[in-house]
Design a protein around this ligand. Structure first.
Ligand code: NI
Length: 217
């Protein structure tokens, strides 16, 4: 099986697994991350095969849904890639990316190594920003029965992983606890430019949100 066929097969598998998911980690999130990662891989001269595989598998068993097993993703990835006879070195690289892509609270920022990790992580983070980022933050909040906004609950600064996992603030708090921090955590130059634009868009959105909230006319 050639590389293209492997990608197509894995793509079909992930699509089947993630279709209809309602918290913003659905197949279309993966598809957008894949498309952005391919764009960034070209700009940044990263290995396209590794980047495509890792983008496709990056949320296959997300820790937020995998009962706290933070290696669940790489286990699924190893099994799947072994089935398609992908070489061991590539499997290890993809698994390293899958294990390191997720945002785990500001204090948890990890030791990023290869350009392929950087590209996939950037693509995933870009999808948390801008118009789609806003849609996803409320979809995720809804899936956890969070309020849209509650001015009585202040957002938390510098959360560690434990705090971040247990976080019970409103969806709007999530802008301050994650989304607005992301532009400074972007790894590559090509992604930084996109992140800046999406960041500005979110600031404009928040201005409008508070204006409407406070009935300022
Ligand atoms: Ni993701």
């Amino acid at each position: 099986m050639n590389k293209r066929q492997i990608i197509d097969n894995i793509s079909a598998y992930v699509k089947e697994k993630q279709s209809g998911e309602g918290s913003g980690h659905d197949w279309w999130h993966t598809k957008r991350v894949l498309d952005t990662a391919k764009y960034l891989a070209q700009k940044e001269d990263a290995d396209l095969f590794i980047v495509e595989l890792a983008a496709l598998l990056h949320d296959i068993a997300d820790w937020k849904f995998a009962d706290g097993d933070d290696k669940a993703g790489s286990k699924v990835a190893t099994e799947l890639l072994t089935k398609y006879d992908v070489d061991k070195e590539s499997i290890d690289h993809v698994c390293h990316i899958v294990d390191n892509v997720s945002f785990k609270g500001e204090a948890q920022e990890n030791k990023i190594s290869t350009i392929e990790v950087k590209v996939v992580q950037d693509a995933d983070r870009l999808d948390a920003l801008g118009a789609i980022g806003i849609a996803r933050v409320f979809a995720y909040g809804g899936s956890k029965a969070r309020e849209i906004y509650n001015p009585d609950i202040k957002f938390q600064e510098k959360m560690d992983f434990e705090k971040y996992k247990k976080n019970e603030g409103s969806s709007l708090n999530h802008f301050y606890e994650k989304l607005l921090l992301l532009k400074d955590l972007i790894n590559t130059k090509s992604a930084k430019k996109i992140a800046e634009e999406r960041h500005q868009f979110m600031l404009t959105y928040l201005d409008e949100f508070y204006k409407e909230w406070d009935a300022k006319y």
